[in-house]
Design a protein around this ligand. Structure first.
Ligand code: SF4
Length: 392
């Protein structure tokens, strides 16, 4: 895993220094397949935000963004990343000896997840005087209608026409099919990997999966991601066969909804472990399962897959989805992380936890954040989790 991510970032660093190569920045559930098929090297600022969170470097960079006009109430991936840019630092330096993130030749975002990404990328478009293209799909949809797919597929066609003069070549339809095909393989393998946690005891936890998910976010469309998840799946199957338990005394099985608290992965993992509970599944890690990709129909199938994501659906869909996960993973209770700076990916605010409780599924809500640890209390979270585990 370390080598996969290291090679990815070193190669991106090379791409940024090579005038013959072009770097595109893309949102985490943006159309990476189009960019890769056209030959762009792709960087994902949200992944950088997560690195800033996990290394807690963000606690030095968020205040810089706040001081420069970005509210502490907005996406802390954004403020972590923009603050890091303003401060001229990146965790890539300590991790891989890379001086700075690769400068973009083009910026592509998709508002299927939220509109913060639009403000975020627009900042860099101005800063780097760089071309920018936004995909604006229908949002918060109950179901997927054909006109939604047609709309987004047309936007993808416009994106391709926009990118061709930047990369200096037309889209090769064969390459697009191949790239979508590799994305489909990787995402199906990622789904199989996550489903290994249906075993009792589970061979992995949500906290492991937040690390394993790196390649499905940043390397979709590459053979590296396919090979990585094939190896990981083989290893996990072996662990299931050996009855290897990620949590030695797996008593309770928990579902995690919402963002990870990146700066507290270890502490939270220990809290559940010490209380004999395994967080076996999550909304977050499942967000990169795109079963609808179809290499024989690349753009419409990508449109469908990227509209269909959990964060872009209505409340009824989310309730049904979590209920299904609770059943399939034999879950005893659901933890909702109410992330202060990401209401888009926090599902605790509109009665969903209570609706699940009314159906006999125990739930709790933990206040916190993905990156900004000023919004998170270790003591409160630990007390809540321990009390919750005792009651269930
Ligand atoms: S979904 Fe939340 S964490 Fe992700 S970019 Fe949008 S506001 Fe930030």
């Amino acid at each position: 895993m370390t080598n996969v991510m290291k090679d990815y970032f070193l190669d991106l660093d090379d791409a940024a220094k090579d005038p013959a190569r072009k770097v595109a920045w893309c949102t985490s559930v943006g159309p990476a397949e189009i960019l890769r098929a056209m030959g762009f090297d792709v960087f994902f600022p949200e992944n950088h935000g997560a690195m800033l969170g996990a290394t807690r470097v963000c606690m030095d960079t968020i205040p810089v963004a706040n001081a420069n006009g970005y509210s502490p109430e907005i996406c802390s991936y954004l403020t972590s990343d923009v603050g890091a840019y303003m401060k001229g630092i990146t965790p890539l330096t300590k991790a891989f000896g890379i001086e700075q993130v690769p400068r973009p030749d083009v910026l592509v975002y998709n508002t299927n997840q939220c509109k913060d990404v639009m403000h975020w990328f627009e900042y860099y478009a101005t800063e780097f005087d760089c071309p920018i293209f936004g995909i604006h799909p229908p949002t918060n949809v109950p179901g997927i209608r054909q006109e939604y797919i047609d709309d987004v597929a047309r936007q993808f066609e416009e994106l391709i026409a926009f990118l061709e003069p930047i990369i200096g070549a037309p889209m090769d339809p064969v390459k697009l099919k191949e790239t979508v095909g590799r994305s489909l393989k990787a995402t199906n393998l990622w789904s199989d990997v996550l489903n290994m946690a249906q075993a009792t005891p589970s061979p992995m936890t949500f906290f492991d999966a937040t690390i394993y998910m790196g390649p499905i976010v940043v390397l979709r469309g590459t053979q590296i991601a396919v090979d990585y998840y094939q190896d990981l799946l083989t290893e996990l199957k072996q662990k299931v066969g050996d009855k290897h338990a990620a949590v030695k005394q797996e008593g309770k099985r928990i579902y995690w909804d919402g963002m990870p608290v990146w700066g507290r992965l270890r502490a939270l993992s220990n809290t559940f472990d010490e209380n004999n509970a395994c967080v076996v599944a999550s909304t977050y890690c499942n967000s990169w399962i795109f079963a609808d990709f179809d290499p024989s129909d690349p753009l419409p199938s990508m449109a469908k897959a990227y509209i269909k994501i959990f964060i872009n659906r209505n409340d009824q869909y989310k309730e049904d989805y979590i209920e299904t996960m609770v059943r399939d993973f034999n879950v005893d209770g659901v933890v909702f992380l109410a992330a202060r700076t990401c209401p888009n990916n926090s599902n605790a605010y509109y009665n969903l936890p209570k609706k699940l409780r009314d159906k006999g599924i125990p739930t709790i809500i933990i206040d916190g954040d993905l990156c900004d640890l000023r919004c998170y209390s270790d003591e409160q979270a630990t007390t809540l989790i321990e009390a919750f585990l005792e009651t269930i």
